[in-house]
Write a protein that binds this ligand. Structure first.
Ligand code: HSE
Length: 310
């Protein structure tokens, strides 16, 4: 048995402003890529990693993709070996869920090779074991939308309860990725352990508003609800030009704009492709003003999660 597959898993925007650790959605682009080969020799080996500036470990206990695979195999042993080539397309510490996408690709790929014996709900738990290495914390708001596609609410972590939300049909997302690295673990450490009651009230009002807006295709309500009192005030300082980039997005027609995950990527939602492209140019120009190189993406909301090519 010798087989090779390529798995593409989508970038994700977690938090969506108000939903720290409990909301996220998937994008059509960019995607992470893993090539997975079966081998007669038992064990898991990482043959090659590209796009990581040499920063990602080859040690299978320390790598998010292989750690997720080890969890899968512990639950469901396999009688062949695996070789992996991990091609990081988003860079590291982007705020686009790159580590989650690698963990999801790995378990989704192995499950596919085995004829899909396990449900996504199980794969999610294995992928979370991998993701934990990258951020020193359990948060499913990248892994879950990456695996299921669309908009996700994590209603509870204990026990894990994932709610798939509808996708408002006209939404387009602009993402700007300033080419600096922010480590999720460090961006989490900035937040401390407490939130003021007044801020919590604002925050849960907005989470309810965002979910309600998503169900009703009420774009104005979605936009009004993309606000953040918990992470943005601390983390925006790590992103040069953040206020100007955000202002440029709103001025050119975005309905909502905030930090994607722990940053530095910034997302903006718009109600047409045309507006999302205008927003992209405005955000890019604002980012250029602070002399930070950037990559920009305009994408629909991804509906399907990972894609496998044989
Ligand atoms: N919810 C997580 C955080 C996402 O904001 O720390 C990290 O990608």
């Amino acid at each position: 048995m010798k087989r090779e597959i390529k798995i593409y898993s989508p970038a994700t925007v977690s938090n969506i402003g108000c939903g720290f650790d409990v909301m996220g959605f998937a994008l059509d682009e960019p995607c992470e890529e893993i090539i997975m080969r079966t081998s007669a020799e038992p064990g898991i080996k990482i043959k090659k990693i590209t796009g990581d500036n040499g920063e990602i470990p080859y040690d299978i206990e320390q790598n998010t993709a292989t750690k997720a695979l080890l969890s899968y195999i512990q639950f469901n042993p396999i009688n062949f070996g695996l070789e992996l080539e991990i091609n990081k397309k988003m860079g590291l510490g982007s705020g686009l869920g790159s580590s989650a996408a690698s963990a999801v690709s790995a378990v989704y790929g192995l499950n596919y090779l085995l004829g899909n014996p396990l449900h996504n709900d199980k794969l999610l738990l294995f992928a979370l074991d991998g993701e934990k290495i990258a951020s020193n914390a359990i948060h499913a708001d990248n892994v879950a939308p990456c695996l299921y596609g669309g908009f996700i609410l994590i209603r509870s972590y204990d026990p894990i309860d994932i709610i798939k939300l509808p996708i408002p049909p006209d939404l387009y997302c602009t993402v700007i990725h300033p080419q600096i690295e922010i480590k999720t673990s460090e961006a989490r450490a900035l937040l401390g352990n407490t939130v003021k009651l007044k801020d919590a009230i604002t925050q849960w009002g907005n989470v309810g508003g965002l979910i309600s807006g998503i169900y009703q295709n009420d774009y104005s309500l979605i936009g009004r609800s993309i606000k953040d009192k918990v992470a943005e005030p601390h983390r925006s300082k790590l992103i040069p030009g953040y206020d100007q980039i955000k202002e440029a997005a709103y001025e050119s027609g975005a309905i909502g704009c905030n930090i994607s995950g722990s940053g530095p990527a910034i997302f903006a939602l718009s109600v047409s492709k045309e507006t999302a492209e205008k927003v992209a140019s405005a955000m890019e120009e604002a980012c250029n003003q602070v002399n930070i190189e950037n990559k920009i993406y305009v994408s629909k909301i991804n509906k399907n999660g990972p894609l496998i090519v044989e």
